[in-house]
Write a protein that binds this ligand. Structure first.
Ligand code: UDX
Length: 431
């Protein structure tokens, strides 16, 4: 099929590369000339395992074209995915001006029937607004359909998530739109849930908010564990074995970050408000998530007594392992809080240092974990990269000024760390 993807951000790029890899002819558009020029050479602006190879391969096979020319994509493609950014406004609402612009351009450029599919995470009713915009600017009265096909990609495993999703959600109003999307996804061995556009839009928001709720719930339980002497790892394991609960997303820690959960949660709270419903659970989810970072800094303070003048090593800057993304990463807030208290920060991350250097000042960036812990008063684990799990703790102890570990992701067993001679503080761990 001929597929257009508007927006070469995380979602757009993965969508374009995967559809091309499946044999479709894909035109991927972005207004950022520099980005498009780099992509044409196979240079990817993000770190995502497998993506560079896939893009290069499909550029070579001429299945994938990058351009800044939106009319080319609209003219060549029957199905056009809108995957532009929906950044948060000051009040938390999603800013949909990029979506509107794209819809307007598509309306003006489409030569014959087009299926326009919203892929970005958008508030419910965006599909309807896209339809209205297309109608208003479609002077030649060309036929079109709008559909919603939300993505559920996780950074770091986006290609696998795209190719092997748990479900494919399509929200459509016509049989024609449904058939086109079913054909596009026919090679997937996954069930397709076809529904109306509003339900599809809500499935995305509800799923992300539910997962965020699970994380805040387990973080709340971890705080109770600390107060009553229980161990969160055992509690989460015991809960997760109940099939109705499920074992995923029950890791307590410094909370969720990234460009999806915090933004989507905030947007969903605003949407509900606008629809006349106060979504109090989600407000609590956000509050607990904010508190986890403050609690983590307090734990460091309790372990060190006085923060001012101490050196803390923060291991991990990305919002989770397997990505270089630092957007809404807990590490950034934690480092800024510690700096405010007069703490000297030494840090290391296997992938996110380049991006972190752009937003953090007055911090010492080290070449590896061992140089980062040298002469430090406390080792603070913020992202659970595998290489941190496998650190030689004897060596770490020799290098540090004080043997203190505050483990914000519960990557170590308290016994092992204590046996190695450290003072250990986890998140909801029995000590
Ligand atoms: C998420 C959704 O999983 C995905 O479906 C959606 O399309 C985009 O948002 P992503 O942001 O890439 O994906 O990361 P995810 O792996 O879901 O983790 C989000 C955050 O939650 C991370 O900061 C992670 O550290 C945190 N998390 C996750 C926990 O703190 N505990 C857990 O048990 C799981």
């Amino acid at each position: 099929m001929n597929v257009g993807v508007i927006g070469a951000g995380y979602v757009g790029l993965v969508t374009a590369a995967c559809f091309a890899n499946l044999g479709n002819n894909v035109v991927c558009v972005d207004i950022d000339k520099e980005k498009i020029n780099a992509l044409k050479r196979g240079v990817i602006p993000i770190y995502e395992p497998g993506l560079r190879e896939m893009v290069k391969d499909n550029l070579r096979r001429k299945k994938l074209i990058f351009t800044t020319n939106i009319s080319l994509a609209v003219k060549k493609s029957t199905v056009i995915f809108i995957a532009v950014g929906t950044p948060p406004k000051d009040n938390g609402e999603a800013d949909l001006s990029y979506v509107e612009n794209v819809a307007r351009r598509i309306a003006m450029e489409m030569p014959s029937y087009r299926l326009i599919v919203e892929k970005s995470t958008v508030p419910v009713y965006t599909g309807r607004k896209i339809e209205e915009t297309l109608k208003a600017h479609n002077k030649r009265r060309i036929q079109f359909d709008v559909a919603s096909n939300p993505e559920f990609l996780r950074e770091g495993q986006a290609i696998n998530d795209f190719m092997n999703p748990d479900r494919i959600v399509i929200g459509v109003r016509t049989k024609k739109a449904r058939e086109i999307l079913e054909k596009l996804y026919e090679k997937f061995k996954t069930s397709i849930i076809a529904t109306d556009i509003e339900s599809a839009e809500l499935i995305k928001h509800a799923s992300n908010s539910y997962l965020a709720t699970k994380i805040s719930f387990i973080n709340a339980i971890s705080n109770i564990c600390e107060k009553c002497g229980a161990d969160i790892v055992s509690v989460a394991k015991g809960m997760g074995m109940d099939k109705r609960i499920g074992a995923g997303f029950l890791n307590a820690g410094v909370g969720f970050g990234g460009f999806c959960f915090p933004k989507d949660l905030e947007a969903f709270i605003r949407i509900s408000e606008k629809l006349g419903y106060e979504f109090d659970i989600l407000r609590a989810v956000k509050k607990i998530n904010d508190q986890q970072k403050i609690l983590f800094v307090k734990k460091i303070e309790e372990a060190l007594w006085i923060l001012n003048g101490k050196t803390v090593t923060v291991l991990g800057l990305s919002f989770k392992p397997g990505t270089d993304d630092i957007r809404y990463a807990p590490a950034i807030d934690i480092i800024n809080m510690l700096k405010k208290e007069g703490v000297k920060i030494k840090t290391f991350d296997p992938k996110a240092m380049v991006k972190a250097k752009k937003v953090l000042s007055g911090v010492t960036f080290c070449n590896d974990a061992y140089s980062a812990v040298k002469n430090s008063d406390c080792l603070a684990i913020v992202t659970e990269w595998n290489e941190f799990k496998n650190l030689d703790l004897k060596r770490v102890k020799k290098l540090m000024r004080e043997p203190v570990i505050v483990d914000g992701r519960n990557i170590y067993s308290p016994d092992r760390v204590k046996k190695a001679g450290f003072k250990y503080v986890g998140m909801g761990r029995k000590l």
